[in-house]
Write a protein that binds this ligand. Sequence first.
Ligand code: C2O
Ligand code: CU
Ligand code: CU
Length: 507
Amino acid sequence: MGERSGPAEPAGRVFQVTRREFMRASAAGVVAAPALLGALTACREVTASNGPASGLAPGARANGAGVLHEVRRVARPADVDLGPLGTKRIWVYDDRFPGPEIRVREGDRLRVQLRNELAEETTIHWHGVPVPNAMDGVPGVTQAAVEPGTSFTYEFTAGPAGTYLYHSHQGLQLDRGLLGTLVVEELSPPAIDREYTLVLDDLLPGEPPDPLGAIDERTGGSPGSATGSGARSMMRGMGRMGGMGNGMDVPRYEAFLVNGRPPDDPAVLQVRKGERVRLRLANPSGATTFQVAVAAHRMTVTHTDGRPVRPVEVDAVLIGMGERYDVVVEADAPGSWAVVAVPLQGGAPARAVLSYDGAREGTPPIEQVPEGLRGGRVLALDDLEALEPLLPDAAPDRRFDLVLSGGMMSPYWTIDGQAYPEADPLEIRAGERVRVRMRNASMGLHPMHLHGHFFQVGRTWKDTVMVPPHMGEVTFDFVADNPGPWFFHCHNAYHMEAGMARIVRYV
Ligand code: C2O
Ligand code: CU
Ligand code: CU
């Protein structure tokens, strides 16, 4: 990452962008007409005949009246209108970018038929939802990849309530645009007048670069194996730089987007004075950490990765790949305000516009900098306190002590020196309390994500947590209550693709 990229300390360290940096980074451009926010998906609803099935996560309540939602998603290349960026042919669901949001209520049954109209294999993963293993969508681990021209049907009970993602789990397809949000609504509606989902993303100029770039073959062996001649290391080093195009651990992106709109043709979030507005912030990007703030408004964080937390008021939120934060904004400052998401690796910030009914201002100037990006309180991991019960104070039954590395002399990103798929599974037993400690020996930021379970980190529940660079350390505990082989990996698509992953296997 670049000089002003990674927070050197735990995720909550204040990350400030000076006004000058911000203005330099912001693309000056014509402010175009408001864009429409993505509409909700149309579900064909039929009453479930089989009642609420098993697979309800802890915290979810079976309401006995689960509705069956039948949804279809077609994965294929499509020409997507990106406003001032022109029309781009990317890989998407249902010809839309981001894919149409799927919205159900807690305890509902969700049945999604995925139709693969790509020229290669694909899957859908339900990021964050503790689905039964066979529905998790990891090719080669939980299912055979879905072949071109064929379909696969996913079915599971939606819960617990929260903000989730769905995305391809095949190779780097996520970074091509095969992504969307899954919202599982609460059974008892919260005190919210209106809500918007904000999908933060990074847009590639073309094909995703191969992180293992110039290595002639993957037969070069994993970094643990006996290779390491000077020439080979050198070549790998060059391979990385060649592959990523800039010698950093992120590809060169063309733009950063909110809900598929570029900063100079932003999505408009219409609000009325006095409303409590929920923003569901989701980061399914390939390789970008964002710092998000709203001009003239503070944000009250109410959920992280779908899990409810004691409300905490902040000026900005740092959100890593795979993370979600629900925040509430009190609409008490009429006008037209920028919602800005600054990519930590640099580049023109993504933005949307919070626009009050009757506001005269129109779209705010692109150089409008929310106060939360110039100082103020940035949400820290320590600020998060679960509203759901935490694990009892007790020693774990099993521990893993993992070192995350990579990024210097090798294109591989590793966990304990091993690059998946040439890596040992982490073996656990059903019923165990498992503790995972991760130490980051690299200069990259690693949003580590566990499938199939929520974990307790600090005093909160999450499913994805950032491990800061330069010996940053994070420990989480989870209960082995959902059998199967589960993927555990860095959610930077390029780190995952270059080895930073393991299987958690129940034995
Ligand atoms: Cu967002 Cu392995 O997943
Ligand atoms: Cu996941
Ligand atoms: Cu990583």
